[in-house]
Write a protein that binds this ligand. Structure first.
Ligand code: GLU
Length: 279
């Protein structure tokens, strides 16, 4: 299959240097391999995605010198396909309704502590029916127990890492989906979860190489499980180092990292950015 990779930003803010590094790394890899470069807009979270951010992303990427296949896939236009996949998992008994609120799940957790992976089980039928009757919101969660049974264990699940995880993990890696617990597949406010949409789209778009930052390395473990359950091919992964700023911390939207728009307005050129990033 012809080499194909992608850049898959969420339009929830303006791009910063970290995004530019990821996009350029993927783009350069596609060019070096004589392959395809795909841009995908991951806008399933309607509570956070905004059209003006999407427009700015396209503009910033073009300014960086990137070119991508058209039409660009916008995840919000394919929600029915993602829901159909959730239904397939449900029909096979691989998903269950979880009525716990985020607040309930966070009880006893100090703000600096990471969320504990949740594992649960379907409620007794009568209780579930009563809660549904009362209109209580719920999320569909993937049952690790049911998935383990369906696959006869997770031992055979592996993916190839050509870059490195945050702990230097590289080569053939045994997937450990249990680290994430029973992940949410769909929720009332965000109709479909990131992991499910990503594995479906990567397969649909013929992505052979997932090139993205190390901050998403853990996601590969979960995505590998979803690929196995949905009968999708597993791409090769190349997680790259995260760019850090002068303060030694990685660039992040929430820290109001300087955006590409600001850099551009200040007269910085794409060539200067590339040189600064060692690309
Ligand atoms: N949409 C994700 C993000 O902006 C990236 C998903 C991926 O590369 O798999 O963080």
């Amino acid at each position: 299959m012809r080499f194909a990779t992608r850049f898959a930003p969420s339009p929830t803010g303006y791009l910063h240097r970290g995004h530019a590094f990821s996009a350029l790394t993927a783009f350069d890899a596609a060019r070096a391999a004589g392959g395809r470069f795909v841009l995908r807009i991951e806008d399933i979270d309607a509570t956070r995605a905004r059209p003006e951010y999407e427009a700015a992303i396209l503009d910033d990427l073009a300014w960086l010198g990137l070119a991508w296949e058209t039409p660009v896939r916008r995840q919000s236009e394919h929600l029915a396909d993602y829901h159909a996949a959730v239904d397939r998992l449900r029909e096979r008994g691989l998903a269950y309704r979880c009525f716990r609120t985020r607040k309930e799940l966070d009880i006893g957790r100090a703000p600096h502590e990471p969320a504990v992976p949740f594992t649960g089980a379907p409620l007794p039928a009568a209780e579930e029916a009563a809660r549904l009757q009362r209109g209580e919101p719920f999320a569909w969660r993937l049952s690790l127990d049911a998935a383990r049974t369906a696959l006869g264990g997770f031992e055979g699940l592996a993916f190839v890492e050509e870059g490195a995880g945050p702990g230097g993990e590289t080569g053939r890696i045994a997937a450990r989906p249990e680290l994430a617990g029973d992940i949410v597949l769909a929720r009332k406010d965000v109709g479909v979860a990131y992991h499910l949409a990503v594995v479906l789209d990567d397969a649909l778009q013929g992505i052979t190489h997932v090139i993205r930052g190390q901050d998403l390395f853990e996601a590969a473990h979960i995505q590998r499980l979803l690929q196995a359950l949905l009968g999708l091919p597993t791409p090769t992964y190349r997680h790259h180092r995260l760019l850090t700023g002068p303060d030694g911390r990685r660039y992040a939207k929430r820290d109001r990292a300087q955006t590409l728009r600001e850099l551009r307005a200040a007269g910085v050129t794409p060539e200067q950015l590339r040189a600064e990033m060692g690309l």
